[in-house]
Design a protein around this ligand. Structure first.
Ligand code: ADP
Ligand code: MG
Length: 249
């Protein structure tokens, strides 16, 4: 009896610890975020009171049909857009109050973006593309080289470093995109439809890579996708419709 009581106590204590760490450590949280676009006399409620949180060291998937508000939600997390109403907390700080200059500096340090069509410079090499964000923050030569090489290794492209983007397959290009997003060791990686231009097998490999970055390297990732196969990789899945998060995620 005492043993059972002890076990129960232990369980409820470890659950409490888990809950506290979960509450105190979301990398980013949207709190009652609204975003209204006005075009002429019409109003579009792109986000209509959205609450979301991305816990540290987790892979979160946002799914939903086209036009449901996924990209707008992701842009809020990366400080690319500001709420009409509501708050965006990054590690407890409300970034929706930052001015543009502060926001840009913050974004370069804390967020890595991965795009559907990769967003790479085609005539530069894989190495040069990954190195670029480190040049922007003026990282010194030696450190920059080491970090660039490490990121390319991390995505399995160490041997392709000197290839131009043009010479790489779609899957390889997206790996370069992910290596570039990792370069500044950001707190958060935001990926908008990262598998949208890849075939099924390649998409699954890219999602495997995201999964291993989370599981083995503690990276925090939020992936937007309307592909049901992508959803399976998420620790947490939010479904959006008409600018809202549906219940029962
Ligand atoms: P999703 O990524 O899920 O396809 P979005 O977040 O891109 O959805 O868009 C949500 C809604 O907001 C859509 O109805 C879209 O047309 C509208 N919207 C998005 N961006 C703009 C904009 N810059 N101006 C006007 N309406 C926009
Ligand atoms: Mg979108």
């Amino acid at each position: 009896m005492a043993a059972i009581y002890g076990l129960q106590r232990q369980l409820s204590m470890s659950m409490a610890v888990k809950q506290i760490s979960h509450i105190s450590h979301p990398v980013v949280a949207l709190v009652d975020v609204h975003r209204v676009y006005k075009t002429g006399s019409t109003e579009v409620r792109a986000l209509d009171g959205v609450n979301m949180s991305i816990p540290q060291g987790r892979l979160v998937v946002i799914k939903g049909r086209s036009g449901s508000g996924k990209t707008t939600a992701l842009n809020m997390m990366g400080g690319l857009d500001k709420p009409t109403r509501g708050q965006v907390f990054f590690k407890g700080t409300d970034i929706s109050t930052f001015d543009e200059k502060t926001l840009t500096r913050w974004r370069r340090k804390e967020v890595g973006f991965v795009f559907q069509s990769f967003g790479l410079l085609p005539y530069l090499t894989a190495y040069e593309n990954v190195e670029l964000p480190l040049k922007i923050v003026r990282q010194s030569g030696g450190e920059r080289r080491a970090r660039t090489e490490a990121c390319l290794e991390l995505v399995g492209l160490g041997k392709r470093a000197k290839h131009r983007i043009l010479e790489l397959s779609g899957g390889e290009q997206q790996r370069v995109g992910i290596a570039r997003a990792l370069a500044n060791s950001p707190s958060l990686i935001l990926a908008d439809e990262p598998t949208g231009e890849l075939d099924f097998a390649t998409s699954m490999k890219v999602m495997d890579l995201f999964r291993s970055l989370v599981d083995e390297h503690g990276v925090t990732i939020c992936v937007v996708s309307h592909d049901p196969a992508v959803e399976e990789f998420g620790d947490k899945v939010y479904e959006m419709a008409d600018g809202r998060v549906l219940e029962g995620e």
